[in-house]
Design a protein around this ligand. Structure first.
Ligand SMILES: Nc1ncnc2c1ncn2[C@@H]1O[C@H](COP(=O)(O)OP(=O)(O)O)[C@@H](O)[C@H]1O
Ligand SMILES: [Mg+2]
Length: 237
């Protein structure tokens, strides 16, 4: 499998006091097409910062990020926004659904930039609502859905664009552990069925059992990388 994402010597400094604080400190990594990666670390270890650098929401202080052949750290803000809309699916802790839109409308709105024909849009949204197990729920509003179901809508919305990579920031951080496990299982299932590359960050260690590789972060640095015993591929990394 080919490389999809490459991080070269990424550092992100913040100035809150007189001295620079390194939220991400010299991280080099690459992810292959089709991998399911978990970045695991305690609160403050730099997970969100790193994920936002991969999605070009923020620029690193130094270092370069490539997605495919594109150096996203070299893009202007406008081009980064366009790149993200086209190639990157995002899932967040707090679902970020529009409360006044139904489940299917929430999915459609994510794809409306790409597909403008009404019937095609509906067909596409239905396909991904079904993929996340929400067939029959398409006309419910977010407040008529459980937290787990709302997160499924958010996953469907991210996937409906058919992105090259799905990035998730604490996707189960607002769910009880049983519902959270179901979301991890869903992400693994989607990764296996569609081959979508997934990078998810979490502080919840048990999530690792779903991943091909787990990048353990500590104080903005890679502490170690582990490969799950049940992961696809060989055991070398
Ligand atoms: N915009 C910012 N300005 C200053 N410090 C920040 C900013 N964003 C994050 N940090 C700091 O960087 C460190 C890493 O933050 P973050 O990436 O959010 O970690 P995590 O997602 O692992 O909890 C934390 O110490 C945090 O306080
Ligand atoms: Mg975070």
């Amino acid at each position: 499998m080919g490389e999809l994402v490459r991080l070269e010597e990424i550092t992100k400094e913040y100035y809150t006091g007189p001295r620079a604080f390194k939220a991400v400190d010299d991280v080099s990594l690459s992810f292959d097409q089709g991998e399911f990666i978990i970045m695991l670390g305690p609160s403050g270890s730099g997970k969100t910062t790193l994920l936002n650098i991969i999605s070009a929401l923020i620029k690193p202080t130094s270092g370069r990020v490539f997605i495919g052949d594109s150096e996203i750290t070299a893009l202007s803000d406008d081009n980064a926004t366009r790149f993200r809309a086209k190639h990157i699916g995002l899932v967040f802790q707090f679902f970020n659904l529009f409360p006044a839109l139904t489940a299917i409308e929430n999915v459609e709105i994510g794809v409306a930039l790409k597909i403008t024909e009404r019937d095609l849009l509906r067909t596409r949204a239905l396909k991904y609502l079904e993929m996340v197990g929400l067939q029959g729920m398409e006309d419910k509003f977010p407040d008529q859905l459980s937290g787990g179901e709302q997160q499924r809508v958010a996953v469907a919305r991210a996937l409906a664009m058919e992105p090259r990579i799905l990035l998730a920031d604490e996707p189960t951080g607002n769910l009880d552990s049983e519902t959270g496990q179901q979301i991890w299982n869903l992400l693994k299932d989607i990764n296996e069925r569609t081959g979508t590359t997934i990078v998810a960050v979490t502080h919840w260690g048990e999530a690792s059992s779903n991943a091909d590789r787990t990048i353990h972060l500590r104080s903005g640095r890679i502490d170690r990388i582990t490969k799950d015993a049940t992961a696809k591929g060989d055991a070398n990394f």
